[in-house]
Design a protein. Structure first.
Length: 177
């Protein structure tokens, strides 16, 4: 992930938190429709329903590069769209006054769980970046630097190369610990 300021990362997390809240509100509305059999919102029955809920509108209009360019963000969009496909099936059944099977409900719940996992994974990764950065300089602090050093050590060992040299000559990072 390219370097971002702590403020940019915190802003991205706040934006993500608001989107999570919006989606939870949509989910409560969905439950109300499924349980109470009140009419569904017409937008939720559309094939592109994932673009019309507040979460989908947020997703489609994200301008924050931290989120938009992150690979997990793309996975989140895919999971969100798939979840809406299953939700639309449930809503259509209710609209047609037909029963919802446990299998159909399970498919929806599994897709919803995957979407929630994608959201939390993205949020957790952004939080970890904040914790591994010095707030003043943006440079990696010890918490962020040690995993990177371990990766570099493993890479040099796989290649059969030395990690560093000093006045005494080449030696591995392990030998210097």
């Amino acid at each position: 992930m390219p370097p971002f300021t702590t403020q940019e990362l915190q802003s991205a997390i706040a934006e993500l938190d608001q989107a999570i809240f919006s989606h939870e509100q949509w989910y409560k509305s969905l439950l109300r429709i499924l349980i109470s059999r009140v009419p569904a919102e017409p937008a939720d029955l559309r094939p592109d329903a994932h673009q019309h809920c507040r979460f989908g509108q947020w997703y489609g209009n994200v301008s924050t590069a931290i989120l938009r360019d992150h690979p997990a963000f793309i996975s989140l969009g895919d999971a969100h769209e798939k979840m809406h496909v299953y939700a639309r099936t449930l809503l259509q059944l209710v609209s047609d006054n037909k029963p919802v099977t446990t299998g159909q409900l399970d498919q929806f719940e599994n897709a919803l769980d995957k979407m929630r996992l994608e959201i939390q994974s993205l949020r957790h990764e952004l939080s970890e970046v904040i914790q591994s950065q010095d707030p003043l300089t943006g440079a990696q602090n010890r918490a962020g630097l040690l995993p990177w050093l371990r990766e570099q050590q493993a890479l040099s060992q796989r290649r059969g190369q030395q990690c560093c040299t000093d006045d005494a000559g080449p030696r591995s990072l392990q030998a210097s610990q």
